[in-house]
Ligand binder design. Structure first.
Ligand code: SF4
Length: 511
């Protein structure tokens, strides 16, 4: 007998309450999940990321079966595997002859287009795991000259009721306590040991498969210990609530040698593939604050990341794709240096950030923004090259979240649509926020010469080469006044050394 409905579930849609799974008829409906090479390799995804998604998909399909749902699961090694999700949808539609095919909105414009045009009529479901729908964001953005996260965030706070007083004013008298969240890690303050989850038989099978099939992808599979089920993700979440959240606010921007996770939750990958519920975890953060267990700057900072920034970047992505991906305001064309893939650089801050990325498929937001991202911005790396790198190497990176963060926030390549200024900084910022400079072969106090911190001359070179239009930006114009106070000889020396560093990059020399 033909299926009544065929429901395709993607690797980042592993949520029982998903739109396409609502009202499922266990007797007549069929669910399809497929591991396909196209999704695993359209950029060279980190092996741990592929392992996470495949293992979580396999566990989710078992959980669906345990609920009595008929599931068809296509493994990567299946000889009939067509290699793409559109191909699998076609193949299974022909095989099961369903009356209807159902799918929840994708997280990737490229994939959604492929599925919309694969020849199978699809009933699309809104992704209700997000608070702000694509349409609601478009309605908010309509008619606004500038889209600013802060104003969007306040609306999300009002809509959700999170951290609000009874009269609708924000808890603590301000919407945003970010100014309290920029402390470096003091000596003697130790972050909690990261929670480690032992791989089970399903995960071990997936690890063997990934090791065999993705030999050319950068990054280590060793020590995979990430949650692959909703229960394990909950364990990680409760561990963070108890051990990390109280200090998350103060030290969320800090970086430290040999400390890949600090007080960060590490839940982003689990959240982005659907193993955790956004509304519930925000409510639990508020409850922890109301119970006096965590300070307001930690609770507000965490909630802002989720209902503010995360929803905002998704809104921008769907509002502006596909043109958004073409943004290149500074006209950058430089290739990504090889050390982004190997971590082989004398710059300790970059070595720390890239090294832990290759090991864990993880770096926190300031490492991504102010170390690897800042360097790419200052060095004029082509936006597509750096965007593809971020998409490939981070376990939590999906196009809807990676592209606006990298192209907009990191590279300012969207011309300031997402962020009002480029986040460029010299080595001084990294010195203030980390202990990396103490263990570096470069001297952060020097700006030119072989031992000078490369971030310094590249920072001034970036500002000089993009004077027009940055000088007119009120949020960054001040640094041009600092530049003007330098002697012409000093300015020339910075320019010349910046040129020298860029030439080294172009020649593939190590920095
Ligand atoms: Fe990074 Fe420069 Fe500090 Fe070295 S000296 S760690 S390159 S900021």
């Amino acid at each position: 007998m033909s299926a009544r409905r065929l429901i395709l579930i993607l690797g980042d849609q592993l949520t029982h309450g998903l739109g396409a799974l609502k009202d499922i008829d266990r007797e007549h409906d069929h669910v399809l999940l497929a591991e396909v090479m196209e999704e695993a390799s359209h950029v060279p995804h980190h092996p741990k990321k592929i392992a996470l998604i495949f293992s979580a998909m396999r566990h989710f399909s078992e959980a669906l079966r345990a609920r009595g749902i008929q599931v068809h699961y296509v493994t990567l090694d299946d000889p009939d595997n067509s290699g793409s999700l559109a191909g699998e949808l076609l193949r299974w539609t022909q095989r099961l002859d369903p009356a209807e095919v159902h799918l929840t909105e994708c997280g990737d414009w490229r994939l959604e287009q492929a599925l919309r045009h694969c020849g199978v009529p699809i009933h699309w479901h809104q992704d209700s795991r997000f608070i702000c729908s694509r349409d609601a964001f478009a309605a908010w953005a309509k008619g606004r000259k500038q889209l600013r996260m802060e104003f969007f965030y306040r609306e999300m706070r009002r809509d959700s009721g999170l951290l609000l007083n009874l009269d609708g004013t924000p808890e603590g008298g301000a919407w945003n306590f970010d100014a309290d969240n920029r402390k470096a890690l003091p000596k003697g303050v130790r972050p909690p040991a990261p929670l480690s989850i032992e791989p089970d038989a399903i995960t071990r099978d997936v690890l063997a498969l990934v090791e065999r099939r993705f030999t050319s992808h950068y990054g280590s599979l060793e020590g995979f210990d990430y949650p692959v089920t909703a229960e394990q993700a909950e364990h990680l979440w409760q561990y963070f609530l108890a051990q990390g959240l109280a200090d998350f606010g103060d030290y969320q921007d800090a970086m430290a040698d040999g400390e890949p996770f600090l007080f960060h939750s590490r839940i982003s990958a689990a959240l982005n593939i659907g193993l955790l519920d956004l509304r519930r975890i925000c409510a639990e953060v508020e409850a922890a604050y109301r119970a006096g267990d965590v300070p307001l700057n930690a609770a507000e900072g965490f909630i802002r990341q989720l209902i503010g920034w995360r929803e905002y970047v998704r809104g921008i992505y769907w509002l502006r794709m596909p043109e958004y991906a073409e943004g290149n305001r500074f006209g950058n064309s430089r290739a990504l240096p090889e050390f982004y893939w190997t971590g082989k650089t004398r710059m300790n801050c970059m070595r720390q950030a890239i090294g832990q990325t290759l090991e864990h498929a993880y770096a926190h937001h300031i490492q991504r923004l102010m170390a690897t991202g800042n360097f790419a911005l200052l060095a004029g790396i082509a936006p597509k090259a750096i965007c593809d790198w971020y998409l490939a190497v981070y376990m939590d990176a999906f196009d809807w979240v990676e592209l606006p963060n990298t192209l907009g926030m990191v590279m300012h390549a969207d011309g300031g649509y997402l962020g009002s200024k480029p986040y460029c900084a010299s080595g001084q910022y990294i010195k203030c926020m980390s202990n990396h400079c103490q263990g570096c072969s470069y001297k952060v106090s020097e700006s030119t010469g072989e031992s000078a911190c490369p971030f310094n001359a590249l920072y001034w070179h970036f500002l000089m080469r993009h004077r027009e239009p940055l000088e007119r930006n009120p949020r960054i114009g001040m640094v041009y006044r600092n530049l003007a106070r330098m002697t012409e000889a000093k300015q020339q020396a910075l320019w010349d050394w910046g040129e020298r560093l860029l030439a080294k990059l172009d020649a593939g020399e190590m920095l």
